[in-house]
Design a protein around this ligand. Structure first.
Ligand code: CAA
Length: 246
């Protein structure tokens, strides 16, 4: 049987990259979609994928034309996408008083509009074939808000609404739609935080450590499993206890 095809956006980033690795280890053919990379970054990415069925596909999630072209290229070379992991995300942190329209638009476009664009491109095919897994990588900050992140928190909270609504629309077709909400994970995104804020946040994590990309990838693989068909419309928080709720 040919392997299922997964597309992971932000596939060369911290969480995206480890998700590609773990999905490939679980037996999927994985396409890592990300902005066109320079030779050095691409070589570094490929080095971490040696022996794994992972292919790089240039993709700008903020550009619907690029998304459509990438999906067509994937379908031509490998077949239709069975699993979509929306992991592409950026921050443009600033208090609302200082936030520019551009900072707002950039974050909403990459983190939320892209989810609409890509889900729309794959969902018909998934429904027709009677199988699909969509996982949206949100954030603890979409549940709690965070100082300096009105744009990011709005986009990440928006993902939850989108997840719940689409889950209802496609549940009868064998397609599940879920969110994973990471806490603070060791990636370039959290590296860029001011050191004092990072220390303040870490002090509030009951697990006593920053999360690793593997902590998130494990949750994604769980939700993408062929046997996870009754698990839909769920948000799975993976935050070391930073935000505990029912
Ligand atoms: N709570 C309350 N007050 C705070 C505060 C906080 N957390 N942080 C700053 N302030 C106060 C300051 O003390 C200062 O007060 P005064 O004006 O009275 O002196 C004021 O707010 C500063 O406001 P400014 O608008 O001037 O802020 P700034 O330009 O210095 O920077 C910031 C603000 C950009 C938000 C900066 O603090 C920052 O980058 N914070 C990190 C935000 C963050 O946590 N980002 C997470 C990135 S990782 C991620 O997002 C991954 C994920 O999903 C978890």
């Amino acid at each position: 049987m040919s392997p299922r095809i997964a597309l992971v956006t932000g596939g060369t980033g911290g969480i995206g990259r480890e998700t590609c690795r773990q999905l490939a280890r679980a037996g999927l053919r994985v396409v890592a979609g990300d902005l066109p990379a320079d030779a050095a970054r691409l070589a570094d990415f490929q080095e971490t994928m040696v022996g794994l069925d992972v292919i790089f596909q240039p993709l700008d999630v903020a550009d619907p034309t690029s998304c459509a072209a990438a999906l067509a290229a994937i379908e031509r070379s490998h077949g239709p996408v069975d699993v979509l992991v929306n992991a592409a995300g950026i921050t443009r942190d600033a208090t609302l008083r200082k936030m520019s329209r551009e900072q707002w638009d950039d974050v909403l476009s990459v983190n939320l509009d892209s989810v609409f664009t890509l889900c729309k491109l794959v969902v018909d095919g998934m429904c027709e074939r009677g199988f699909g897994r969509i996982v949206n990588i949100s954030s603890v900050n979409g549940q709690t808000g965070q100082f300096g992140q009105t744009n990011y928190a709005a986009a990440k909270a928006g993902m939850h609404g989108f997840t719940m609504a689409l889950a209802r629309e496609v549940a009868r077709k064998g397609v599940t739609v879920n969110s994973v909400s990471p806490g603070y994970i060791r990636t370039a995104m959290t590296e860029a935080m001011p050191e004092d804020v990072k220390q303040q946040v870490l002090a509030m994590v009951p697990a006593g450590r920053i999360g690793e990309p593997a902590d998130i990838a494990r949750a994604v693989v769980f939700l993408c499993d062929g046997q996870a068909g009754y698990l839909t419309g769920v948000n799975l928080p993976v935050n070391g206890g930073l935000f505990i709720s029912f």
